[in-house]
Design a protein around this ligand. Structure first.
Ligand code: ASP
Length: 334
């Protein structure tokens, strides 16, 4: 049976009715329904892409378990990964671009659809918090490059010196061995590992964050999906939230995370919505060689799911019942 057909049967009229109400009201509808069709998952809940998500989730849980807000949880979680000097794809330990500059991208979005973003930001310790500050203190959504840097300095953020010496040594070696700028990207776990985090707090409100140093050895000036609201991250508190990892160029072309949320709006589960968004990417790319992309999502009932093009993608889950890695389902094997 197709996803569409299965979803229709699962949701039926109750699902359609619930799709129109606030998260706080969904529980009452589900409980009063003579035929409850959707399961209300335990909350709070936080999920984060890849294994570094386990540590990030712990910081999120500090906030969520005390009744704190999802937006604070996802910011604190992202800061953990940004501070990890062993992480080559996020924050201070990130790999540089082709010219040796570590340029960082991040965004954050809350339950009121407020959002903030920074891109092509160099030399600042916590891009995710700069993004939050853009959201909270300015009338803008996105600041990039030198302007984002100046804003961060004015706001009192710390400076960092990047790349770290060992990262610089690897980059120099890479540069010697790779003269062909436009050769096909080699996507693997070494050079694509953004952290995207989605949380639902005890009040049923959703928020998300996403932070990365992007594609290792990218062209100078390249910005991927991660700081783009709708591509790397999207939250609609009435429906659900989603974030992405993998080849940003492919994710941007289909507004990936927004697509996942819109598919949940149509009644698909988080798992199905992630799968359909990945299938959309596959349908737009004739050559999928090495093109890895993955999405994770939570719906307004606290159900979660993830799906990727290739095997190997996983995400960290934390709620009152579990703290573990979940293997995402996938379209094909490497
Ligand atoms: N999506 C990120 C980018 O394209 C990279 C990643 O997920 O690893 O910049």
């Amino acid at each position: 049976m197709s996803i569409k057909r299965r979803t229709f049967f699962k949701w039926g009229l109750t699902g359609a009715a619930i799709a129109l109400v606030k998260p706080s009201e969904a529980k009452d509808i589900l409980e009063s329904s003579s035929k409850p069709l959707m399961k209300l998952a335990p909350r709070p809940i936080v999920i984060s892409t890849w294994k570094h998500g386990l540590e990030a989730n712990k910081a999120a849980w500090e906030v969520l378990s005390k009744g704190g807000k999802a937006i604070d949880a996802v910011e604190q979680a992202a800061r953990v990964t940004e501070s990890d000097i062993t992480n080559r794809s996020v924050g201070i330990g990130g790999n540089p671009d082709r010219d040796g500059h570590v340029t960082l991208d991040a965004c954050i979005m809350d339950e009121n659809s407020k959002c903030g973003s920074v891109a092509f930001l160099e030399g600042i310790d916590h891009p995710i918090s700069v993004a939050r500050r853009v959201m909270d203190k300015t009338q803008h959504v996105m600041l990039v490059g030198e302007g984002a840097y100046q804003f961060a300095i004015e706001q009192g953020f710390g400076k960092i010196k990047t790349p770290l010496p060992e990262v610089k040594a690897d980059w120099k070696k890479w540069k010697k061995e790779n003269k062909d700028l436009f050769k096909k990207p080699e996507i693997n776990h070494e050079n694509h590992d953004t952290i995207g985090i989605i949380a639902m707090d005890v009040n049923g409100n959703l928020s998300g964050s996403c932070t990365t140093s992007g594609w290792a050895y990218k062209l100078h000036g390249r910005v991927g999906d991660s700081p783009i609201i709708g591509a790397g991250l999207f939250v609609d508190n009435e429906i659900g939230a989603a974030c992405a990892t993998g080849l940003g160029e492919a994710i941007m072309r289909v507004c990936g995370s927004h697509t996942v949320v819109e598919l949940m709006r149509q009644g698909h589960s988080p798992q199905e919505a992630c799968q359909l968004a990945v299938e959309r990417i596959i349908s737009k790319n004739k050559d999928m060689t090495g093109l890895q992309c993955g999405f994770i999502a939570i719906d307004k009932f606290g159900n979660h799911g993830g799906y990727s093009v290739f095997n190997g993608f996983n995400y960290a889950l934390k709620n009152n019942e579990a703290e573990k890695m979940v293997d995402a389902t996938f379209d094909r094997k490497w």
